[in-house]
Design a binder for this molecule. Sequence first.
Ligand code: NAP
Length: 324
Amino acid sequence: MKKRLVVQGRLSDAQLDTLNDLFKVDVLPKPTALDAPENRAVLAGAQGIIGSGLAITPTLLDAAPELEVIATISVGYDNIPVEELTRRGIMLCNTPDVLTETTADTGFTLIMATARRAVELAEWVKAGHWQASIGPDRFGSDIHGKTLGMVGFGRIGQAVARRGALGFGMQVLYSNASPKPALENELGAQRRELDELLAEADFVCVTVPLTADTERLIGAREFARMKPSGIFINIARGKVVDEHALIHALENGVIHAAGLDVFEQEPLSVSSPLPKMPNVVALPHIGSATHETRDAMAQRAVDNIRLALQGERPISLVNEELWK
Ligand code: NAP
């Protein structure tokens, strides 16, 4: 008998065909809560769930006693109770690597847009204000030759650093749980304590995962340590930053500007002052959002769940202890 699979996320027709050939597939529309009463019958017989932004609740897990694997179409899994899944023997798969370069591109987009005030000045031109040569009040700041401080130096952090060091001749500093000697050799990157990095960097770019240790890692104390000319970039998760402290720092000249792809609450509340500030570039969580990369992420998730349900080791298994 075919195993049963629940899909809640965007897959291509070809990817759905692959799954339909192997499994009995139920596609649930995105706005529906996975654990809603109308989904209980489907969940009761499901061995796999694949999708993005999956709300994995105790109610859902209790309703799906046969669940073997969850494949999220994302690298971050801060929204998923991994320990609870492991306790229940449910594998969790994610999609690292295939989105690294695209997310790093987004990080550099924010570095460039904030430093050169690209969004603010493009809006200014669009509004018809360009009547004479611009003066120093509209100048930006250099990127090349400056110091890039990476908070988190994993796959994405290293990819941002490569762009900075090799493309823009930037000095790279990093603070990370473990040292990365290979990158120190490759890029001349230097490891620093977080406080030192904040004080020395012209650009501070956050790429740590959201965990109990990193929640609100950057707050008022940390912004106060940055240079007043410093630019803050967050492409990790909104909750790594104390957003009230960030707003205060931007409004009061504690730091110069911010480029943000992620926020404490998403979608960003219309009442948030952040997108209205001229020294902020706010993006709607587009880190990996290109056609090519979203397709590659979905394919990785399809491969993960296919392998797991066929009894083989998935490519990207988060709770590896279940395989051992
Ligand atoms: P990764 O390779 O696991 O890198 C994370 C790095 O953070 C690792 O080097 C890790 O150290 C370090 N780290 C973890 N906890 C730390 C702590 N408490 N203090 C200091 N360093 C710590 O992950 P990745 O693929 O680069 O992705 C990073 C995060 O980016 C994801 O978790 C996700 O939340 C976010 N992301 C956002 C988007 C977006 O759309 N904006 C897209 C993709 C990913 P070790 O090397 O010592 O383990």
